[in-house]
Design a protein around this ligand. Structure first.
Ligand code: CA2
Length: 149
């Protein structure tokens, strides 16, 4: 069976492709999911893709990943900048974690420059548009071939 990679998306990312194309481009989250699934098949990864506007739901998916997933790709969206709870949940996950931001958060408001998640991530991909998810899956595929973090 292919190793499972859980791709998690935080609040408001369900609106992708509907507003603010200057930051987030024109792809919808359904397009991103389809791209991840296509690439997952190529890389031999079973993709589980989720989005929620609720912090607890993201935390529960991270907990569930402990039992069954080889890696996590996460765009925590605004929770990146606020959530110690998501950091704590990710700290309990033993496999590689790649943090993705579609926009270049470092070119934006100062409050977006700090991430609670980066300290636990194996890698961070910022400002590469929705292509960042593909980069993250390639990186996870490489990391799980080798001894973990
Ligand atoms: O650049 C990213 O991927 C972010 O994680 C996106 C978050 C933002 O709070 C982070 O600072 C950076 C916002 C996601 C909201 O996405 C929308 C997309 C289209 C329209 C409205 C919101």
């Amino acid at each position: 069976m292919d190793p499972i990679v859980v791709v998690l998306n935080g609040p408001n990312l369900n609106l992708l492709g509907t507003r603010e194309p200057e930051f987030y481009g024109s792809e919808t989250l359904a397009d991103v999911e389809a791209d991840c699934r296509r690439l997952g098949t190529e890389l031999g990864l079973a993709i589980e893709f989720h989005q929620s506007n609720r912090e607890y739901e993201l935390i529960e998916w991270i907990h569930a990943a402990r039992e069954r997933a080889a890696g996590i790709v996460i765009n925590p969206a605004a929770f990146t900048h606020t959530s110690v709870a998501i950091l704590d949940a990710l700290n309990a996950f033993e496999g590689p974690i790649i943090e993705v931001h579609i926009s270049n958060v470092h070119k934006r408001e100062p409050f977006r420059h700090h991430s609670y998640v980066s300290g636990v991530a194996s890698g961070v991909i910022v400002g590469c548009g929705t292509q960042g998810y593909a980069f993250a899956l390639h990186r996870i595929a490489k990391l799980i071939d080798k001894p973990k973090r």
